[in-house]
Design a protein around this ligand. Structure first.
Ligand SMILES: NC(=O)c1ccc[n+]([C@@H]2O[C@H](COP(=O)([O-])OP(=O)(O)OC[C@H]3O[C@@H](n4cnc5c(N)ncnc54)[C@H](OP(=O)(O)O)[C@@H]3O)[C@@H](O)[C@H]2O)c1
Length: 248
């Protein structure tokens, strides 16, 4: 059972629910996020469940800062599990800058989180890494161009890492949720089919990580719909997705 766990984006939503799901006596949690007050609140709730908690207020885009934090945590308590969860779906940035802003967090931010942990885990020949992608990672959607592309990038990167490092004792999983209740989805003004509470998502993620599932997808009807979408001719998918709501 994982005893030393680092989670980015733990100040709300799925990351917060994961922190609470893993919080228990004997477990060391290192939680990351930018909002100090929310992060502190999550840390307090996890301590109340018996976990030892440290937290880091910082931006995943800060490569040197992330490396220093992850290595400091690993020095104190070698990491068993690292969950690269922090992500954004859109920004208020000028459209010309939006792509860079979303990729900076969702792709570079994941690299800045995973790579320092992976180096330490490889050196000791054990460890588990989970990368938060999305069911949106299979289809490029007009309503979330940058988000879908960034999640596709980390999905394939995670799949490849799993295969590359399997014989070194490193387990890598990619998590692809459908719609989950969080700050990210709170602003959506469209109907979100099969919306899951974050607590349910966290329970399923934990269970499947414990079984070392390479690809963790839910809920299955949405996964099936996405899979069918990848088999259809492109022109038909263009038509079917043309009317989907746009986030930005
Ligand atoms: N909710 C869904 O339906 C859904 C579906 C599929 C995948 N996901 C993925 O799940 C992950 C968590 O999202 P969520 O739904 O739980 O949304 P959320 O409630 O908005 O949580 C996002 C978390 O990421 C952190 N974060 C964002 N930008 C950051 C940055 N630059 N540096 C450090 N931390 C940063 C936030 O911290 P602060 O608030 O403290 O800045 C927050 O803790 C994301 O990767 C998202 O793409 C969500």
């Amino acid at each position: 059972m994982a005893q030393s766990i680092l989670i980015t984006g733990a100040s709300s939503g799925i990351g917060e629910a994961l922190a609470l799901e893993y919080a228990a006596p004997g477990v060391g949690l290192a939680l990351g996020g930018r909002d100090a007050a929310r992060l502190e609140g999550v840390a307090r709730a996890c301590r109340a469940r018996g976990a030892e908690v440290v937290f880091h207020v910082g931006d995943v885009c800060d490569r040197a800062g992330m490396k220093a934090w992850i290595e400091a945590v690993d020095d104190c308590r070698p990491l068993d599990l690292m969950i690269a969860n922090a992500g954004i779906d859109a920004t208020d940035a000028d459209p010309a800058e939006r792509t860079y802003a979303v990729f900076a967090v969702n792709v570079d931010g994941v690299f800045h989180t995973v790579l320092p942990a992976l180096a330490r885990m490889r050196a000791r020949g054990r460890g588990q890494i989970a990368i938060m992608s999305s069911l949106a990672a299979w289809l490029g959607l007009a309503g979330s161009v940058d988000y879908t592309a960034s999640k596709a990038a980390v999905r394939v990167w995670g799949e490849a890492l799993r295969r590359r490092h399997a014989d070194e004792g490193i387990r890598v999983s990619v998590i692809c949720p459908g719609f989950v209740t969080s700050r990210m989805t709170a602003g959506n003004r469209f109907r979100m089919p099969l919306l899951w509470p974050a607590e349910r998502a966290a329970r399923v993620i934990r269970r499947r990580l414990a079984r070392n599932r390479g690809l963790i997808t839910f809920p299955w009807p949405l996964r099936l719909a996405v899979y069918v979408g990848t088999l259809l001719p492109q022109r038909l998918v263009d038509l079917l997705t043309a009317r989907l709501p746009r986030k930005v």
